[in-house]
Structure formats: C-alpha cells, structure tokens
Design a binder for this molecule. Structure first.
Ligand code: COI
Length: 347
C-alpha cells in the first residue's frame, strides 16, 4: 500500500467540543481503484477532492453503496473497532445487489487499520466521542450507457463524531411514501435509498418530526425502519423489533441490542409489528418507549410519534431500556466492560 502523509495536520483547527456530524474529516483518506477486473494497489493520501468525469456512471445511475462504522478510544489511548467484519460482510452484500465487484476482506481491513492508525489522534476518548468511518464504493467508468460499470473506486474517509442528533426526536409514521419494496434494494446500504428518503423527511420536518418511520410498501400496515436507524418498541416490559427482510437494513447495532437483550433475559420479540398495535399501546398507556439503533445514532430515545394527523407523546420514564442498552453497548465499545460477544477488535 502506498502511503503519502499530510505535511501539516489540520487537527488544531478543529473544535472537538462542537462537532457537526459528518462535516469535518481527518487528515487522510484511503482509496483503491478497480479496473480490468481487479482491485489495484491501494493508497492512503492526504484528504482531498478527487477528480471524476461528469459521465461517471455513479452520477447517472446511482451505482454506489456505503458502510457506517465507528472506532472508539479507551482510557489507555487504545483504539477499538466494533464488529468490523459485519460491516465488511454487509458491503459485500450491498455490492452484489448493485452489480458491483466485492472489495476483498484484506483490502477492507488493512485499509481501515492503516488509515485509523495514521489518524489516531483524531479518535478522542470519552463517552460520546468516536471516529465515524465511512467506507464506500462507486462506479467511475466514463459512460452513460445504462449498464453496470466496469470501473469502480473503493474509498474510506473518517469524521470525528459526537452526537448525531441534537435535541429531542419525534418520528412520523409514514403512510404515503415508501422506502423499499419487496425485491428491491432496501436491505442494501445503497446510496440511493437515502436520497429517496430526503423529500418525505423534509415534509415530516415541516410538521415537527425529525424522522420518518417507514411502513411496508404494500399496505402501510407494518413498521419497517426509520431513515437512519432500526427501531425498538417497549410495550409493558417486552421489547419488540421488526425482523430484517429484503426491505429492511440488517443493522449491526440492532442485532447487537438483540443479543444483549437475550443475554440480560429481557423479553424480546422479533416479529412483524402492526402500526395499529403501537397506536393502541400508546393510547392505553402501555407503550413505554421507542428507540432507534444505528451506528451514527447509537441508541436514540424517541419522545413522540405522529400518525394520521395525530400526535402521541411517550412517557419520560426512569430506568429506561434505551439508557440500559446504550450503557451496555458503550461499555463494550469503549473497552470498559468485558466483551462476552467478542465484538471489540483492536485497531
Ligand atoms: C449509520 O448509522 O452509520 C448510517 O449509515 C446512517 C447514516 C446515513 C448517518
């Protein structure tokens, strides 16, 4: 791997106490091109703009997918990744669905390790601080023929992060628009899945919600996921989450929380969830909590719900499941507790 280091780090110009998620990047980036049927030599370069033809297929047909992962620093200044192999496996799944070549595990893992080690000072210790890592692949062949590209670029960029959302989160259960249909690309981390969400989310924001809860595209009867996270509902003392499917992203935080719940003997049901049952539970006072799970958001409590022009507030409760799960997860991620699941990987 070729490595070209930056002459003068930009780190001194960054206010780490006031980070806007995903808008400040570390000093370096990783890049590897795919041409003539193979991945070429990888490079780590100073973070910079790249040159790409206006006819590159990614601009016209959206052939691109990505991952989201995080590195955490412990009190001894050691950095840790969380389940990186799962991210690797998911980018392979996404690439296959989008007719893109699969990056090799060696390039993915060595790229990650080398890049994080070079930019290690950007990973700050302390709960809530992390390095958000964004691996992505896109089609850069010059051609607007509507077929799969022959050339691609795999890159990794990193952004120091604190929280994703500032303030309280309310979500709207969407009944008109759909995120994903059966047989579509909903399970892939396809760039276009996110673009398609922006317009309905803008409309929801105008009504006072920060995100949408997507429902099934056939009848809008069943809960799927939210725009940047999977969802958990607590009815009484039972936790519910929807099963993953071809229209729901197989979230790594989601499956981690399921495993923690099982280990902690918290009653959890992974089954289709009807919108009706959530609304009824809210009306009867049995809906105790809703929270989202995702790499960027970690575990995010939701304080209100909107459905068919009605707004429902969630009770503010002590000893919430969301704070319990967040602590359990963070303790593993920051190397504070034992890791009975073997999720933590030293950088
Ligand atoms: C993540 O949580 O890593 C995601 O990919 C969501 C994102 C669009 C911020």
């Amino acid at each position: 791997m070729k490595i070209e280091k930056i002459i003068k780090s930009n780190i001194k110009n960054v206010d780490f106490s006031n980070l806007d998620f995903g808008s400040v990047f570390t000093d370096h980036m990783f890049t590897c091109s795919y041409k003539n049927g193979k991945w070429l030599e990888a490079e780590i370069l100073p973070y910079q703009s790249i040159s790409i033809s206006p006819s590159a297929r990614v601009f016209h047909y959206g052939q691109a997918c990505f991952e989201g992962m995080k590195a955490f620093k412990d009190q001894n200044n050691k950095a840790w990744l969380f389940r990186p192999k799962d991210n690797y496996q998911r980018i392979v799944k996404s690439s296959k669905r989008l007719a893109m070549p699969c990056i090799t595990e060696k390039i993915f893992m060595e790229g990650l390790r080398n890049l994080i080690n070079i930019d290690l000072d950007w990973v700050k210790p302390g709960f809530g601080n992390s390095l958000y890592i964004r691996p992505f692949i896109f089609a850069d062949q010059e051609s607007i023929n509507a077929t799969e590209s022959l050339n691609y670029k795999f890159m990794i960029i990193c952004a120091p992060a604190s929280s994703y959302y500032a303030g309280d989160i309310r979500v709207k259960i969407e009944k008109s628009f759909s995120r994903a249909a059966k047989g579509g690309v909903g399970y892939a981390k396809a760039a276009g899945n996110y673009a398609a969400q922006f317009y309905p989310t803008i409309l929801a924001k105008e009504q006072g919600f920060q995100q949408i809860i997507w429902t099934d595209s056939s009848n809008h009867e069943f809960i799927e996921e939210a725009g940047t996270m999977n969802l958990f509902f607590r009815i009484g003392d039972t936790l519910l989450t929807a099963p993953v499917s071809d229209s729901i992203l197989d979230g790594i935080t989601r499956k981690s929380l399921i495993e923690i719940a099982k280990r902690e003997k918290i009653k959890i049901e992974i089954r289709p969830i009807r919108v009706k049952e959530i609304i009824e539970a809210s009306e009867s006072g049995n809906l105790k909590e809703i929270f989202g799970s995702g790499t960027a958001v970690t575990v995010l409590p939701i304080i209100g719900l909107g459905y068919e022009n009605k707004k429902y507030d969630l009770p503010r409760i002590e000893n919430s499941f969301s704070s319990f799960f967040k602590k359990k997860l963070n303790d593993i991620q920051y190397n504070i507790s034992e890791d009975p699941f073997d999720w933590r990987v030293k950088v």
